[in-house]
Design a binder for this molecule. Structure first.
Ligand SMILES: Cc1cc2nc3c(=O)[nH]c(=O)nc-3n(C[C@H](O)[C@H](O)[C@H](O)COP(=O)(O)OP(=O)(O)OC[C@H]3O[C@@H](n4cnc5c(N)ncnc54)[C@H](O)[C@@H]3O)c2cc1C
Length: 426
């Protein structure tokens, strides 16, 4: 049953993640009445989970390197960051009583590495400022008469809003609320949506049962990953990965996930070569491993002479047959360039974030949909991607601010009779 349709006095923000909350804050600061709708029983669930890993808020890398992390979308995201960049984000958190520090990796964390105090303080402040929260309101799209259509525990409800910010997230970890269910509604209204894909994700390799059983969860560090891009240019990156039951994950793999995903789409699989002994060159390894083994097992020899054990040693066994394992030269070469064939990305629901989303070309500079005046989009539901390291949250906050401010400006112009005549009801 559909309840009588209500009309909002100002802006509807749909989605209570970092992008939606920031849009609500920005619009409210500009004097707009804001109603925020959230499908779950509370806001910011993914943000809270991010806090379990230490809440990497942003990164200390200076521009333009910082913006370069957004790859093909570096220019657009740089524009959002000019209004709300990493420093502004740290100041904003400070304003909520949360100081931050730069870790040894350059990543920025709250002092207590927790998300809950920041989120609690923020929601309290938003409520004090007059933002009205409507939880357990799942947006289903637009009614035939253009009202925003919600499912609530009391039944379905229509809400007319002059303007709306959609900040519905991507499609990873759907149990936290963002499940990509919005894609069809927006496509039906003429918005171009690039299919959501896993980003910052693991990849399947297909280990032997023995390796999977013994080494799933084992860190593989430090290593240097080598790979070739689509133009045949070689690249290398040092970092850490983790063996999984089916393949590999971890921050190093996440950082390469866009390139690996594209290689798999193009070639059917992606090759990665791991240097398992970054501290020693091939000559030294050959020399060290060439020393007499005596009665020692191969494992003991590898450990003593090359410092290789655990999952790293198991990877060498996984790659070489019995004959090759008797040849120290082959082992040394394999340690420096262990070949891994990545078959497929793990599913989107396991990924840290999503690639794909609303194509930025279908939005104007203020993140308003060109085809839907008064409808703005922000956060991870937009078509950009970035590695972990605080870059994800930073772009969500910055795009939320841009969308909230633009919506407030649009409403003001409309009220003053200067803006486009159409309402956001679609
Ligand atoms: C395990 C994990 C750890 C992470 N750690 C970090 C980190 O340390 N640093 C970092 O930068 N990033 C991190 N991220 C990524 C970061 O959390 C996300 O990029 C960010 O939360 C996206 O913000 P958002 O507001 O766009 O979307 P979300 O945070 O996904 O919020 C969207 C909101 O919209 C609601 N919603 C969705 N559909 C509807 C609907 N139809 N109707 C009403 N409401 C709806 C959802 O319930 C949700 O509350 C992590 C992600 C994961 C999964």
């Amino acid at each position: 049953m559909t309840d009588p349709v209500s009309r909002l006095p100002g802006l509807a923000v749909i989605g209570g993640g970092p992008a939606g909350l920031m849009a609500a804050e920005a619009a409210r600061a500009a004097g707009v009445e804001v109603d925020l709708f959230e499908a779950k029983g509370s806001v910011g669930r993914k943000f809270l989970i991010a806090g379990k890993g230490g809440l990497n808020l942003t990164h200390s890398e200076p521009m333009p390197g910082f913006a370069g992390r957004y790859g093909a979308r570096a220019d657009e995201v740089a524009g959002w960051l000019r209004d709300f960049g990493p420093e502004a984000l740290r100041d904003w958190a400070h304003g909520l009583g949360v100081d931050s520090y730069v870790g040894s990796s350059g990543r920025v964390f709250p002092m207590d590495r927790k998300a809950a105090p920041l989120l609690r303080g923020w929601v309290r402040r938003l409520k004090d400022q007059g933002v009205r929260f409507h939880v357990l309101h799942r947006w289903l799209g637009w009614d035939d008469d253009g009202a925003l259509h919600f499912a609530t525990p009391e039944g379905e409800r229509g809400v007319h809003a002059t303007a709306a910010v959609l900040a519905l997230g991507g499609g990873s970890w759907p149990q936290l609320g963002s499940d990509g269910g919005w894609v069809a509604s927006l496509q039906a209204r003429g918005l171009e949506v690039v299919p959501l894909q896993p980003a910052n994700c693991g990849f399947d390799i297909g280990w032997s049962t023995h390796f999977a059983q013994r080494h799933a969860g084992a860190p593989i560090k430090p290593v240097v990953a080598h790979w070739f891009d689509s133009t045949g240019t070689g690249h290398a990156l040092q970092g850490e990965c983790v063996a999984t039951a089916t393949g590999i994950e971890g921050s190093l793999v996440y950082a390469l996930s866009a390139a690996l995903r594209e290689a798999i789409a193009r070639d059917g699989s992606a090759m990665l070569w791991l240097d398992l002994a970054p501290g020693r060159d091939l000559e030294r390894l050959r020399r060290d491993l060439g020393r007499p083994r005596g009665g020692r097992s191969l494992s003991e020899h590898l450990r003593r002479q090359a410092g290789i054990d655990g999952a790293k040693a198991a990877l060498v066994r996984e790659a070489l047959d019995a004959t090759a394992l008797a040849d120290m030269d082959r082992i040394a070469t394999t340690l420096k360039r262990l070949p891994l064939r990545l078959l497929r990305a793990r599913p989107l629901d396991e990924a840290i974030s999503s690639a794909g989303g609303v194509r930025l070309e279908t939005l104007d500079d203020g993140l308003m949909a060109k085809a839907l005046p008064g409808v703005f989009c922000a956060g991870e539901m937009l078509d950009w991607e970035a590695p972990t390291g605080g870059y994800l949250l930073t772009a969500c906050f910055a795009s939320g601010l841009r969308a909230g401010r633009s919506a407030a400006r649009w409403l003001r112009q409309r009220d003053a009779g200067q803006g486009p005549g159409a309402a956001a009801d679609h």
